[in-house]
Design a binder for this molecule. Structure first.
Ligand SMILES: [Zn+2]
Length: 227
């Protein structure tokens, strides 16, 4: 007959008491040192945060309050894609903090709108193509200023999303966009087609934070006075 095995370790009661005490200490520590909230601005460099702080930024979520825009066979609508990207961009900008106005397609506030920058966000058709476009009003009262806005957006959107700029397919729908006639002439204005619902669907629907960040960085480049 084998001798009885020596009992090792602590009795269950003691383990529970010690475990409970450690857990209470952890809760107390957490209460005194809460984890920092998730900050979307964490990825923005300090010079961009400086450029955006306190600025008035007006964004149109294309087709909202009006119509679905381009609609794919499976029901994906351009309006839903535009809205999510604008919501992400607005969230980043508000955390800077900047003063963000999110407008509908035919928002009455567009008339005479005064802002440090205005951008309307749209997406392209469900065709299996890829690429993005940025344009300003063909008859802009300040073409050099608005060209700089277009260049800033084009460069940073390309840098963040990896999509190819497609300036050859900019249409009159973009260069004669209705809101360009309505905002105040002193408001720098542009329109972006963030990609195709067809070929760029994964980026636009699965990673809307990337197009949003590309837009925010493009606006920071313009507002920061980058030539
Ligand atoms: Zn559109």
């Amino acid at each position: 007959m084998a001798p009885p095995r020596a009992r090792t370790g602590l009795p269950l009661g003691k383990v529970l008491v010690i475990g409970g005490a450690l857990f209470l200490i952890f809760l107390l520590y957490r209460h005194m040192h809460p984890p920092p909230p998730a900050r979307p601005t964490a990825s923005l460099p300090p010079e961009e945060i400086r450029a955006l702080t306190g600025r008035q930024i007006a964004l149109v979520a294309g087709h909202t309050g009006s119509d679905p825009g381009a609609t794919c066979a499976d029901g994906l609508t351009e309006q839903s894609v535009n809205r999510r990207i604008v919501e992400h961009a607005a969230e980043i900008l508000r955390s800077v903090p900047a003063q963000v106005m999110v407008l509908q397609e035919y928002d009455p506030r567009l008339d005479g709108l005064q802002a440090d920058v205005f951008l309307s966000v749209h997406a392209d058709s469900c065709l299996p193509l890829s690429g993005f476009k940025v344009a300003r009003w063909a008859r802009s009262p300040h073409p050099a200023r608005d060209d700089r806005l277009v260049r800033c957006l084009r460069y940073h959107y390309w840098l963040i999303t990896g999509l190819s700029p497609d300036p050859e397919h900019v249409t009159e729908d973009m260069t004669e966009y209705h809101a360009f006639h309505r905002v105040a002439p002193d408001t720098p204005a542009a329109i972006i087609e963030v990609g195709y619902l067809g070929g760029d669907r994964e980026l636009l629907t699965q990673r809307p934070d990337l197009p949003a960040l590309g837009i925010v960085e493009g606006l920071a480049c313009f507002l920061g006075g980058t030539p």
